[in-house]
Write a protein that binds this ligand. Structure first.
Ligand SMILES: [Zn+2]
Length: 710
């Protein structure tokens, strides 16, 4: 495959969805984005209207301009931006493929329209592809072959090339036949398009065959690299955007907002209304605040169309912003759940995405962040298969930290009654996650979930029983079952088929120091995998004064050879104290380290998801522990090393290798080519994306490490 410099980068993620930036000649398009179709002959809304609604880019048809003699000349003379009141944002153009699909023929050739788009200075252009909605597989394949031939023509003639100024879009066809989609993807990826688009969708959209569309869209994204923006032609209903964004689609375009307005149709995120049958507007946009449905009905057709189009565009923009906020806070699946009740086709698609099918789970798992800013709300049965839930269930089998040969399995209610210092391991049963080792119950997504259920369904109990039998039972000599009510415990014992009812048998008692050490080890193993628990021994905790929650973990077992790190960190601390004009200790080593009992900060805890953020000492210990593997680490080429050691951002283009289990929001170690630790970072994107993207930040730099550890 040809390597690209890339015009696209990601800044936030949820599900397989992303907030990104497309860099064009006329500025940045923040994605997800909807391009309103502007028809130069029938201006329903003006460029100024679009701007007022928050749109900074639109799409128009290059073929329509090409065919109109006057406009053609004017466009060549002034550039396309000059045709739209000196619009200064990005303009995307379509090539006439739509006309081709409707009328069966266009007067322009592929190369002519490509050259025209290039000459009038469009920001994003499309080759003249051949959409085909019906016909035999052979006929459809012939259409795809023709599109591929035209892509090749655009490449050979020097337009679709790596350093083109126009972002050329490679259209993918074949929907709904997966073998054709695959054929189209494989062939179109051979050319250096900077953006791709899925086409041949309009009839499906018009017939509301949304389930089929989502299935095809999922297939495409499962078989596509992550580093391109991917567009959907002809998808313009706000009700469906969140689904496609969740799958990793970035941009949309459609004239629906204007066509619907012409027929008096009023778009909402829950579906479409006809204003003839509306008494009230369920919206507070400027149009709906000013007029009633009746008042709109009394207007002239043109006036009504304008106002309805304005409302429709307003609703679309609001939904796009809502989707972005959901990505940012990690609640995109919740938004999907709400949209799923808007239409049976969406409900069906929702069930498919959360069917628990392995290939679908694996797809989302690759992209889902590990930690999110907000918790998980479980409001429907399907959500037991949310990727974060299935990921937990897979991970806990090898990431549960076992430190005792005694186990107490308890109900959530029973867990409150069991003292913290018991010398037995405690697994808390859970209606979603099956079971939760007590030490990690505060970590995302365990504590941060709320469920509609009041009891643990049998299905989940059966999973727990099998998981315990297969992976854990042989590790315990004594197994107990506990609930406040003895009958409940007895019933549970019967369901599980193992254990004794716990009634206060002596399982030993631990000191609080010991408990803290075990909690730290368990959290480390859960976050960084087996073996990470070896990185800590004696620890001290610091709790938040406001909430009483764990905030910081200190090491109380520092080895002499680790003091090098402390001395280096002390220099930094003194430096920043000086900068702030604070008093500086005469002998920092004695005053800040020895006199404080030789303890040193290992990790801080993120309040909203209980993630451990390793400080240099812990990063050093993890790095040493996993020196012969790439555990939660990435390797940068040496060109980037000095900048990263200074604390600058970590860019994808410098990444040579990455642990494949890294996901967005993971804390990672950054190594140079000699595998020396040079920084600690927070992943913005997952391992797959880190290796595929050629542009953008892959990880925030938390600490650049300026000394050499060994
Ligand atoms: Zn409105």
């Amino acid at each position: 495959m040809i390597t690209l410099k890339g015009v696209f980068e990601i800044t936030e993620k949820d599900g397989a969805g992303r907030i990104g930036k497309i860099f064009t000649k006329h500025g940045i398009i923040e994605t997800p984005y909807f391009f309103p179709v502007v028809n130069i002959h029938v201006p329903v809304v003006s460029p100024a209207d679009l701007k007022a609604l928050g749109y900074n880019a639109f799409i128009t048809n290059a073929y329509t301009i090409w065919r109109d003699e006057k406009l053609h000349e004017l466009a060549l003379e002034r550039g396309i931006h000059g045709l739209f009141g000196d619009w200064n944002g990005p303009i995307m153009t379509d090539s006439g493929a739509y006309q081709l699909s409707v009328y069966g023929d266009v007067e322009v050739s592929n190369l002519e329209i490509i050259k025209f788009q290039h000459n009038i200075g469009v920001d994003i252009g499309v080759i003249l592809d051949v959409p085909l909605y019906r016909g035999s597989i052979e006929e459809r394949k012939r259409a795809i072959d023709e599109t591929i031939k035209r892509a090749n023509e655009a490449y050979e003639s020097g337009f679709v090339v790596e350093d083109s100024e126009v972002i050329w879009v490679g259209p993918l066809h074949g929907n709904p036949i997966t073998s054709l989609l695959r054929y189209s993807i494989e062939n179109m990826l051979r050319y250096p398009f900077k953006m791709y688009a899925l086409g041949s969708l309009v009839p499906y959209m018009e017939e509301y065959q949304i389930y089929q569309l989502i299935k095809s869209a999922l297939f495409v994204k499962r078989n596509f690299p992550s580093n391109y923006p991917v567009h959907l032609f002809g998808v313009g209903h706000p009700m469906v955007f969140s689904f496609f964004v969740l799958l990793g689609f970035d941009t949309f375009d459609s004239a629906l907002y204007a066509l619907a307005a012409k027929d008096g149709r009023y778009l909402t995120v829950h579906g479409t209304y006809n204003i003839k049958y509306m008494e009230y507007f369920p919206c507070d946009c400027p149009v709906c605040s000013k007029f009633t449905p009746r008042e709109l009905m009394e207007m002239s057709i043109h006036e009504r169309q304008h106002y309805l189009a304005m409302h429709n565009l307003y609703v679309i923009m609001a939904e796009i912003r809502r989707i972005k906020q959901a990505i940012w806070e990690g609640t995109l699946w919740e938004l999907i759940a709400r949209r799923a009740s808007s239409h049976p086709e969406l409900a069906r698609a929702y069930s498919l995405l959360l069917s628990g099918k392995l290939e679908i789970f694996e797809f989302f798992e690759t992209y889902e962040p590990t930690f999110k800013r907000r918790g998980v709300l479980i409001t429907r049965p399907e959500e037991i298969n949310l990727p974060v839930v299935l990921r937990y269930r897979r991970r806990i089998l090898e990431r549960a930290f076992i430190w005792s040969d005694k186990l107490i399995i308890t109900t959530p209610r029973g867990a409150h009654k069991l003292p913290a210092y018991l010398g037995a391991q405690v697994f808390i049963l859970d209606d979603i996650f099956g079971f939760i080792p007590r030490e990690i119950r505060n970590m995302y997504p365990l504590f941060q979930h709320m469920s509609y259920r009041s009891r643990i369904p049998n299905r989940v109990l059966q999973w727990t029983k099998r998981a315990l039998e297969t992976y854990f039972l042989d590790k315990f000599r004594e197994i107990y079952v506990f609930d406040e009510k003895k009958e409940v415990a007895q019933k549970l014992k019967k369901i599980l088929g193992f254990g004794e009812v716990y009634t206060g048998q002596d399982v030993g008692v631990l000191t609080s120091d010991h408990v803290r050490s075990l909690v730290t080890k368990a959290m480390l193993r859960f976050q960084f995998g087996p073996g990470a628990e070896d990185a800590v021994g004696k620890v001290r905790f610091e709790y938040s004064r406001n909430t009483g929650m764990l905030r910081k973990i200190y090491a109380a077992d520092i080895k002499p050879y680790e003091e090098k790190i402390i001395r280096w960190e002390l220099e930094d601390i003194i430096e920043s104290k000086k900068k702030r004009g604070e008093e500086v200790p005469e002998d920092p080593y004695t005053e800040l380290y020895v006199n404080r009992g030789k303890i040193w900060l290992l990790a801080s805890i993120v309040a909203e998801n209980f993630k451990l953020v390793p400080q240099p000492l812990l990063a050093y210990r993890l790095w040493k522990r996993f020196q012969d593997e790439l555990r939660y680490s990435i390797i940068l080429n040496n060109e980037a090393e000095p900048f990263v050691r200074e604390g600058r951002s970590i860019f994808s283009k410098f990444i040579i290798d990455a642990d494949t289990q890294i996901r967005a929001s993971d804390e990672i170690m950054v190594l140079n080519e000699e595998r020396k630790l040079i920084a600690i970072g927070r992943a913005i994107i997952g391992a797959k994306e880190m290796l595929e993207f050629k542009r953008g930040v892959a990880a925030r730099n938390r600490y650049g490490i300026s000394i050499d550890f060994d």
